[in-house]
Every structure is written in structure tokens, then in C-alpha cells.
Write a protein that binds this ligand. Structure first.
Ligand code: IPD
Ligand code: CA
Ligand code: CA
Length: 265
């Protein structure tokens, strides 16, 4: 099966599984702290995606959030250990676990494929709205088959910017500091509970920008390509181009990128 077809099919299957279990009594287990939770549904979704990839491509690597956590591996070590000339799938099986646990719509499944550090494709599927956002390197970004583009806002004062609240306290406080400055400069701020959805929305022009500190590769890899292929810009909070190791991310329609960076720094 073609890579993008497989990614979309697995994202849809995983999203359908998650949606079917919404409202069930799910136990939210704490991972690194009480701010960081996982459920059996996250694990089942990752298992479904992992099996689906390996049945088609048994020699591909998979960087999955829950497997990486269970094995207590350090993300940096995992990324350094990836062999050259190997395809690596980057999977967040349920982005927005807190939304899911609370019964709030708006969680996503995020699947990207990388090769030698470059993202080749990205899929972000929101099962609540049945919206499939995807991008293929150099082929554009799409929502349910229709090409999408970032917004054309030219100034922060008319922009709607999103952020999220990471589980690690230093990153959470960095977001808090940024909010204090940005709230005085932009039209308004949103926090929708899924980093992947925030990025997909920047790609679709629903948001003019998104930033968050302390994110992980699986939260953003697919969404980053969607933003870039929709004509937007992605960097770290110092303005360096995005790489798979970037934790503190700023993504915009391009036109407000410098202003957002200036405001946050
Ligand atoms: C979280 C979501 C949230 C963001 C957190 C992430 P998870 O991912 O993307 O929006 O603010 O930083 O950890 O735990 O729901 O997969
Ligand atoms: Ca996530
Ligand atoms: Ca997750």
C-alpha cells in the first residue's frame, strides 16, 4: 500500500476505535506526573497503528509515544539511534488525552513518516469532526481531499494564536510567560487541547499561529509538514528551522512569524 494511503487508513481506524470508547469509564493513569496521563485507549490505538505499519513494512522503525514511554527511553537517544537510510514512522496514537478523558471533543491521531530526519508525509485525523488533514512533501496540504492554505493575516493584532499547557513545569511556566506578553498583542488566544490539531488548524487557516514549549516529536511531526505544505512557517522559539529534535515550537502563516517570535522573546 502507498505510504500516505496506509497512514490515512490507520489514522481513521485508530480514530474510530478511540471515538467508540468515548464515555467509557477509562482509568487515567499518571505517567511522569499527575499532569501527564495515559489510558488503555492510547495504548490500544498505538498497538493498532504499530501492527498495521509492521504488517506492510516489517523493516520500518516506529517512534510511538506509548512504546517510548513504557521503555523509559529518552527521546534524544532514540532519535540519535535511528539508523541512516531507514524509514521511521512517528506516531501519537491519541493527541489530546485530557480532552478524551474529560469527554471533550477534539482529540486527534497523528502519524508522520520520516527518512534521514526529513518528514515525508503527515496525517492528523480528528474523529469527532471526521476531518482528515494530511500533507505529502512537495505535494501540498489537504483537508478531506481539498487543498488547504494558511491564513493571510499580516499582523499580530488581528491574529488568533493557540497554545497548550505542557506537562513539564518549566515548559508550562514558559508558556505562561509567553501568554502574559501575547495577550496584549493579538486578537485572542485559543487552547484546544491537541498540539497536532493546533498545527493542522494553522495549515487550514483557522488559526494564524500556534506555539508551545516542551512538545515531543510525535506531538508535532505530522502537523509541521501540514503547516509547511500549506505555505506556513515552523521554527523553534529562537527562530531556528524545525528539526525532529525541536521541543519549543512556533508555527504561523509566515507573515506573523517574526512578530510572534519577537513578542515571545
Ligand atoms: C498533549 C497535547 C496538548 C499539549 C501537551 C501534549 P497528549 O499530548 O498535545 O495539547 O498541550 O503538551 O503533551 O499527552 O494528549 O498526547
Ligand atoms: Ca501528544
Ligand atoms: Ca498522546
Amino acid at each position: 500500500m502507498e505510504f500516505i494511503t496506509l497512514a490515512q487508513s490507520l489514522a481513521r481506524k485508530a480514530g474510530t476505535l478511540i471515538l467508540s470508547r468515548m464515555g467509557e469509564q477509562v482509568l487515567a493513569e499518571e505517567k511522569s506526573s499527575s499532569f501527564d496521563v495515559v489510558t488503555q485507549v492510547d495504548k490500544d490505538s498505538e498497538q493498532l497503528i504499530r501492527e498495521g505499519i509492521l504488517s506492510e513494512y516489517p523493516d520500518h522503525e516506529i517512534l510511538g509515544e506509548e512504546d517510548t514511554f513504557i521503555a523509559q527511553k529518552l527521546l534524544e537517544d532514540v532519535l540519535t539511534a535511528v539508523k541512516k537510510d531507514t524509514y521511521m514512522w512517528i506516531v501519537d496514537p491519541l493527541d489530546g488525552t485530557n480532552n478524551f478523558v474529560q469527554g471533550i471533543a477534539g482529540f486527534t491521531v497523528s502519524i508522520a513518516l520520516s527518512y534521514n530526519g526529513e518528514i515525508l508525509l503527515g496525517v492528523v485525523y480528528d474523529p469527532c469532526s471526521d476531518e482528515m488533514f494530511y500533507a505529502v512533501k512537495n505535494e501540498g496540504a489537504y483537508l478531506n481531499g481539498k487543498q488547504i492554505h494558511v491564513s493571510d493575516k499580516a499582523g499580530l493584532h488581528t491574529s488568533v494564536i493557540a497554545t497548550g499547557f505542557p506537562s513539564q513545569m518549566d515548559a508550562r511556566l514558559a508558556v505562561y510567560n509567553g501568554l502574559g506578553k501575547l495577550i496584549q498583542r493579538c486578537r485572542t488566544i485559543r487552547s484546544l487541547g491537541s498540539a497536532a490539531r493546533h498545527l493542522a488548524y494553522v495549515g487550514a487557516g483557522r488559526l494564524d499561529g500556534f506555539w508551545e514549549n516542551g512538545l515531543k516529536t510525535w506531538d508535532v511531526a505530522a502537523g509541521v509538514l501540514i503547516v509547511q505544505e500549506a505555505g506556513g512557517q515552523v521554527s523553534d522559539t529562537s527562530g531556528n528551522p524545525y528539526s525532529l529534535n525541536t521541543l519549543h515550537i512556533v508555527s504561523t502563516n509566515g507573515q506573523v512569524h517574526e512578530s510572534l517570535l519577537d513578542c515571545l522573546n
